[in-house]
Design a protein around this ligand. Structure first.
Ligand code: DC
Length: 222
């Protein structure tokens, strides 16, 4: 990779498709700043639930959003979203309550607008912090947030492997239900962008998936 060329790598995919492990490992391998936008939606959902939001009544959400402030805190190469000065624990943003509400909250257009510029600005932060690039994972990174990303990958895997991954993590999560909601919403649905490189993570080890992505980046980035 040329030292003077900043790259943006978009990694999208459904729940438990291997995005987070892959994005983290890629960040370590290439020294990129890492942003997990699923954690953004989870952190916002956690804050909104705490503020009394009812995910079944989307009309109440926009006014609650006005009471929230956002900023970024870097933990190593991982850029974390703080809402109202607070980064909730992993166990809080992966609780059954957040799992049940996050797709409903993420489907609200005002919620997506609230995060849009914040997420785009992460590229600027990565540059300011002298990272050679940014890897951002989510559902709409290659389609909406960075349609102009230098590299765009879409990870997928069969249902049985996904369920086994979550069970191994000891987490309760309705993966299929979230994917259905995420792909059928009107605003920024989960979909594979036409220009994305599709990667089936099921048959491969994490190292093999990262090798494959790096080979792709190296071969098209001279
Ligand atoms: O990546 P994850 O499973 O932790 O994401 C949690 C939820 O956040 C997911 O079900 C939908 C929403 N999300 C989204 O709508 N857009 C993104 N870019 C990332 C996540």
């Amino acid at each position: 990779m040329k030292p003077d060329s900043f790259i943006i790598v978009a990694i999208d995919g459904g729940a438990a498709s291997g995005k987070s492990s892959t994005a983290r490992a890629l960040s370590e391998r290439l020294g990129l700043m890492h942003v997990n936008t699923g954690a953004h939606y989870r952190t916002l959902t956690h804050a909104l639930l705490k503020a009394g939001a009812d995910p079944a009544c989307p009309d109440t959400i926009p006014s609650l959003l006005e009471s929230l402030t956002v900023e970024t805190r870097l933990q190593g190469a991982s850029a974390q979203l703080a809402v109202n000065d607070c980064i909730p624990k992993d166990s809080e943003i992966r609780s059954p309550e957040v799992n049940a509400a996050v797709s409903l909250i993420a489907a609200i257009p005002q919620v997506r607008e609230f995060l849009f510029q914040y997420q785009r600005n992460q590229a600027q932060l990565a540059r300011q912090e002298n990272y050679p690039g940014l890897v951002m994972e989510g559902r709409d990174i290659g389609s909406v947030i960075f349609p102009d990303a230098d590299f765009c990958f879409f990870l997928h895997v069969d249902a049985a492997t996904r369920a086994a991954r979550r069970a191994k993590e000891g987490l309760t999560d309705s993966i299929a239900e979230r994917d259905k909601l995420d792909s059928s919403r009107k605003t920024a649905p989960l979909k594979c962008p036409k220009h994305a490189v599709k990667v089936n993570t099921g048959p491969h080890s994490l190292k093999a998936v990262v090798d494959l992505i790096c080979e792709h980046i190296d071969s098209s980035h001279d």
